[in-house]
Design a protein around this ligand. Structure first.
Ligand SMILES: Nc1ncnc2c1ncn2[C@@H]1O[C@H](COP(=O)(O)OP(=O)(O)OP(=O)(O)O)[C@@H](O)[C@H]1O
Length: 256
């Protein structure tokens, strides 16, 4: 399957992520077992499933944060291989990842948290980096917080800064690992709104989430994982309205 690295002209039917027959164990515990899925350019894929079903591990494998034991993963044209440092560097340029914990530097302002990678890694000038940082802060609705320190932010604001920091590096794909799980319900909505705006803007996104309402409303494809396998996958209207397996039916009825 041919995967072009160039995003233009965008072909929404073209897979930008191809996971093929991936398996992974931690010691004697098999966590992923023959997982295959494709993510087309500009689409949002939501990975759902019970705790321990392998969702986060799969996402981490896509970003070379975990080694796979078998199968292949191609992301933005790169063969993901943790041992190949040059490829991992190129992968990091193309893929942004946001975690449940915001990982902001407490001693740096919001603006500086965002400009740091731009100046240190991308070698942009301070002025250039600040222009980019202000643009992405605007995108997440935090233009007025550039001088604040992380401790002065709510959890929702801190997570939006983390998303902005990732966006500043101009990724082709964004991976979100349970980014709202640590937030109070009233702060969850503002982060989901930012993610919805990104999806509407055409960003390719894969998210592990427990926010079923969001997955149902916004995702193009929902992947239900069970015991390390892709148990069912399809458009949300099919997954939520017409589950094919007792496992998915039970998961949906458990209120998760
Ligand atoms: N580094 C590790 N070492 C050993 N076992 C691990 C490691 N990371 C994950 N696991 C195990 O792999 C299994 C799958 O974990 P994973 O975090 O991928 O599940 P998940 O579906 O994302 O769950 P949750 O919704 O609770 O985050 C779990 O049994 C977990 O304990």
């Amino acid at each position: 399957m041919a995967i072009k690295d160039s995003p233009a002209p965008a072909d929404r039917s073209e897979p930008i992520i191809v996971v093929d027959s991936v398996s992974k164990s931690f010691g004697p515990v098999t966590v992923l077992s023959g997982v295959s899925l494709e993510v087309t350019r500009g689409s949002m894929v939501a990975i759902v499933g019970r705790s321990g079903s392998g969702k986060s591990t799969l996402l981490r494998c896509m970003n070379a944060l975990e080694e796979i034991d078998a199968g292949t993963i191609r992301v933005c044209g790169h063969n993901v291989d943790m041992a190949d440092r040059a490829t991992v560097r190129r992968l990091r340029d193309d893929v942004g990842m946001v975690f449940q914990s915001y990982n902001l530097f407490p001693h740096l302002t919001v603006l500086r948290n965002i400009t740091l990678a731009l100046t240190a890694v991308q070698k942009k000038s301070k002025a250039e980096a600040e222009t980019v940082a202000r643009r992405v802060l605007g995108l997440v609705g935090l233009a007025d917080k550039e001088a604040a320190y992380p401790e002065q932010l709510s959890g929702g604001q801190a997570q939006r800064v983390a998303i902005a920091r990732s966006l500043a590096l101009n990724p082709k794909v964004m991976l979100f690992d349970e980014v709202t799980s640590a937030l109070d319900p009233e702060l969850t909505g503002e982060v989901l709104k930012v993610m919805e705006d990104l999806a509407t803007g055409g960003m390719t996104m894969v998210l592990v989430t427990h926010e079923m309402g969001f997955a149902k409303r916004v995702a193009d494809t929902v992947v239900f994982m069970h015991q390390g396998k892709v148990w069912e996958a399809g458009p949300p209207e099919k997954i939520f309205a017409d589950p094919q397996t007792p496992e998915l039916r039970q998961f949906l009825s458990s209120g998760l």
